[in-house]
Design a protein around this ligand. Structure first.
Ligand code: SF4
Length: 335
């Protein structure tokens, strides 16, 4: 499915490129989505052979102006009139030269989700360091207090990271929303041009979801859209699936697999669950609100996972011993 989507998107991106080459049409079209007028000016100023096409859009300056892709610095006594792109080089979603459009919606949604995973992960680290700082302050042990300076500086670094990732996430979301709006203008909301699926699929990909769904969304498209958080998503989804298996009398499977296997087997396993019991019940199963035996797909699950790891995954049930006084001793008597 992901490969099929990739092929459709590549065809659409080819169409979009042909359309961008016509200056008169593109300048008046709502299909061109950019952060700043500098993007259209850069399209005019540079030959199409110098444009760089990526999964989420187009850099019309051949990736060569990240150092001046940020906001204007007019009035400041600095060498350049523009700041570097916020968040670092190649952070295209916040660059004034970046161009995108509905043909890149799949890549933008994948980027939005993988940035969401980075935000979750950085927020977890922030919570941990704040708990550590609170603990040291509450205990007020002289030996420990010496560690506070170091802990404060680590917290500042993580805070900066959370701030940057949150801005990237919002920038990406804004581009997705504008691409959706552009589609509505040109074809009344139909998404057949750019996504395998429909408007409901895109809205589902963007709506508020559980951590498991977010990790799964990143894992499912990892082969098509290389992203910033495949390892975190793969490992965290694998851990959630193992916890679910343990809760249901099975041994953990994903902890024993390599990273690539965890990704591939996890995708197949979750696809099986979603196909057989639906999205909502799959989430209930993973989050412990439903047990596997109530789904009626125990055998399929055991077959799929046992086949992948080469041995049974269902744990033997241990029969409880009868109470001692219920055991009749078998004493042989001598006649
Ligand atoms: S941030 Fe992206 S769009 Fe901007 S100059 Fe760099 S590569 Fe090009």
């Amino acid at each position: 499915m992901a490969k099929a989507q990739q092929r459709i998107e590549q065809a659409e991106q080819g169409n979009f490129l042909r359309f961008l080459k016509n200056a008169e049409i593109r300048d008046a079209s709502p299909l061109v989505v950019a952060n700043d007028a500098a993007a259209l000016a850069a399209l005019d100023a540079n030959e199409p052979s110098g444009w760089t096409i990526g999964d989420i859009g187009i850099c019309p300056v051949g990736m060569g102006k990240c150092n001046v892709g940020g906001p204007s610095l007019t009035g400041e006594t600095v060498k350049s009139a523009f700041a570097p792109v916020p968040g670092g080089p190649k952070n295209c979603v916040r660059c004034r030269f970046f161009i995108t459009g509905p043909a890149f919606l799949g890549g933008l949604v994948a980027k939005f989700n993988s940035t969401g995973v980075l935000l979750l992960e950085a927020s977890d680290r922030l919570r941990k360091i704040e708990a550590e700082i609170n603990g040291i302050e509450d205990r007020a042990e002289p030996d420990e207090l010496r560690l506070l300076g170091h802990a404060y500086s680590r917290r500042d670094t993580i805070l900066e990271e959370v701030d940057t990732v949150a801005y990237n996430w919002h920038a990406c979301f804004a581009l997705v929303q504008r691409c959706k709006a552009a589609l509505k203008v040109v074809n009344g909301g139909g998404l057949s041009l750019v996504l395998v699926g429909n408007a409901a699929d895109l809205n589902a990909a963007l709506e508020e979801c559980s951590n498991f769904e977010l990790y799964n969304a990143v894992c499912q498209v990892a082969a098509v859209y290389p992203n910033d958080s495949p390892v975190v998503s793969t490992l965290r989804r694998g851990r959630l699936l193992d916890v679910m298996l343990s809760r249901n009398g099975r041994r953990p499977v994903f902890a024993t697999l390599s990273e690539d296997e965890t990704l591939a087997v996890g995708n197949e396993f979750v696809n099986l669950l979603m196909a057989r019991i639906g999205r909502a019940e799959t989430v209930d199963l993973i989050e412990g609100r439903r047990m596997l035996e109530s789904t009626g797909i125990e055998e399929d699950v055991d077959r799929l996972l046992s086949g992948q790891v080469g041995s049974p995954i269902k744990l033997a049930t241990i029969r409880p011993l009868p109470p001692l006084d219920a055991v009749t001793p078998n004493v042989e008597t001598e006649n």
